[in-house]
Design a protein around this ligand. Sequence first.
Ligand code: PMV
Length: 333
Amino acid sequence: MTGSEQAVAVAHPNIALIKYWGKRDEHLVLPFTDSLSMTLDVFPTTTSVRLDAAADADSVVMDGLPARGEPLRRVTAFLDLVRDRAGRRERAVVDTHNTVPVGAGLASSAGGFAALALAAAGAYGLSCDRRTLSRLARRGSGSAARSVFGGFVVWHAGAVDARDPDDASYAEPVTDARLDAAMVVVVLEAGPKSVSSREAMRRTVATSPLYKEWVTASRSDLVRMREALRAGDLSTVGSIAEHNAFGMHATMEAAAPPVRYLTEASAAVLAEVRGLREEGVRAWATMDAGPNVKVLCDIPDADRVADRMRAVTGSRVVVARSGPGAAALAEGR
Ligand code: PMV
């Protein structure tokens, strides 16, 4: 190689309405169930990857600080995968800027690995279509497969007996969705979570007596969710999403030892969302691997919902709408 190859990409987090929870293959990051999400237009992650032929190790800077330990290991392992596919050996300099609190259950890894996948593929000259890119991003963090695309996105788990299971598990846009909704993000805690989603999933699958039932319920939730999106029916979309999220949290609370991400502050937000519904506001909650709550509602109601959330929590509340898929910003040699 002469000179340096470089690419920059931006991607946004996505919030699942039908959750991904549990891997059937840890190495390939293959889930037990299909999941479905909405990509947001807030909290972008911008990542640049530059090849450095003289370096003997990858260097990773996250928000101005050198990454170490597990975050560095994950990025390096991901770059190894890209190098392997591209048939290249050069190490890389990765610089990433998050506008979302990292590791707090706000899907930072989804936007993060979608941006890294696109930037790394560009820098290493790996040409791939969007589906291949989503399969690649999946290896960094499962939910990142969905952030490759904008709007509503479904991630197919892939058939268990597929000839090439890696090839069969990819995300794609839900092209017939006819819904335009807001997602109000209530940031209760911005610090990293105490149990990683990886460990929590592992524990849930291995020990929770509720897990199998959730997998079955989630499959029918997805079918009904797709119908409701096609019909543009926010009430049905919201109630299925809320039910699916509570089900996911129930499976992990039944694990041994239990995994509990929701706090008293989360419970207060959830009660307020119920209260809003009793007043006739169409609003439903969903929660991921952290205490933060996201509220799906009609766009004209979003500011009112956000004000109520601020009043009850005193926390930072951000109104999001449907956002774009991962995009390349610049590429050079
Ligand atoms: O991609 P991961 O490993 O961070 O998984 C996160 C899974 C949830 O956010 C809890 C649910 C989902 O489908 O995004």
